[in-house]
Design a protein around this ligand. Structure first.
Ligand SMILES: [Zn+2]
Length: 244
C-alpha cells in the first residue's frame, strides 16, 4: 500500500479498541483526516509524545480503499505544544482552536491557508503572544478562510458604506447601519473596526497597539462568536472555558 506523508497539526486523540488511538489531524495537503495509530497506547510505543494535541508533526499513513479511517504508521514530532498546556489560558485557546478546526472542516478537503494559520498561531502562542489577542486573530481569519466573514464595511440592506456604529444582523451573516438595524443587540463600533483593521494588517506575533483596549478585544469576541455559533448551529464546547 502506498504511504502518504504530510506535515500536520494533531487536533486530538481518543482511545480506540484495546491498544490503539484514534487520531484527528489537520494536514497541510489534505486538511482534516482521521486515522488509527495502532499500538499507540502500549508502553514505550513508537509514537512517543508525537500524538499530543497541537503538536506539529510529520505524519506517515496509508489509506485503505473505501475506508474512512487511514492507518497511521509513524509520526515524527517537529514542534511540541506540551509545555504550553501548563498555562490554563493558553490551553483554553489551543483547545478552542482545535475544536473549531475539527467541527468546521469538511473531511479531507485541503486548505493550506488554514494549515498555515494554525501553525502561525501555535508558534505565536509559544513565544508568549497574549492569548486574548491571538484568539480574536484566529476567529477573524478562521471566518475569513471559511468564507463566512460578513462584510463589516457595507450595510447589508442599504449598501451604504459604514462609517459609524453598526449592528450585527440578527441572522449573523451581515452588518446593518444604525438607520437600517431593527434589533440592536450586537454592536460593531468604530473601535472594534480598528481592532479588525489591526488583525488584517499584522502577523499574529506582533504585539497589538495600546490604542486597542482589552474591552474592545472582548467585545469583538462577542461579534465573531455569534457568527461562529450561527454557522455551527451549536455552541462550541470549549467556548465556555474562554474567559477572554
Ligand atoms: Zn443601512
Amino acid at each position: 500500500m502506498p504511504i502518504d506523508q504530510s506535515e500536520a497539526v494533531i487536533l486530538r486523540t481518543q482511545n480506540f479498541a484495546e491498544q490503539d488511538k484514534l487520531v484527528i489531524f489537520f494536514s497541510r495537503e489534505k486538511g482534516l483526516v482521521r486515522g488509527i495509530a495502532k499500538g499507540a497506547r502500549k508502553f514505550n510505543n513508537r509514537f512517543g509524545s508525537s500524538l499530543e494535541p497541537l503538536s506539529i508533526v510529520r505524519i506517515f499513513y496509508y489509506e485503505k480503499e473505501r475506508h474512512d479511517l487511514v492507518t497511521v504508521s509513524n509520526c515524527d514530532l517537529l514542534e511540541s505544544a506540551f509545555e504550553m498546556f501548563s498555562d490554563r489560558r493558553t490551553a483554553c485557546f489551543l483547545s478552542y482552536l482545535a475544536e473549531l478546526t475539527e467541527k468546521f472542516s469538511p473531511y479531507r478537503a485541503g486548505e493550506e491557508k488554514l494549515y498555515r494559520l494554525l501553525v502561525s498561531l501555535i508558534r505565536a502562542a509559544r513565544v508568549g503572544q497574549k492569548v486574548e489577542y491571538l484568539v480574536r486573530y484566529f476567529e477573524y481569519w478562521f471566518l475569513k478562510v471559511n468564507g463566512i466573514l460578513p462584510d463589516f464595511q457595507t450595510c447589508q440592506k442599504c449598501q451604504r458604506r459604514i462609517s459609524s456604529t453598526a449592528w450585527l444582523e440578527p441572522r449573523k451573516d451581515g452588518v446593518l447601519c444604525d438607520r437600517c438595524a431593527g434589533e440592536k443587540k450586537i454592536e460593531l463600533n468604530p473601535r472594534l473596526a480598528r481592532a479588525v483593521d489591526w488583525i488584517k494588517k499584522n502577523p499574529p506575533q506582533t504585539p497589538p497597539g495600546p490604542e486597542i483596549e482589552a474591552e474592545d478585544w472582548k467585545k469583538l469576541g462577542r461579534v465573531f462568536q455569534s457568527i461562529i455559533i450561527f454557522h455551527l448551529e451549536e455552541r462550541p464546547r470549549t467556548l465556555d472555558l474562554l474567559d477572554f
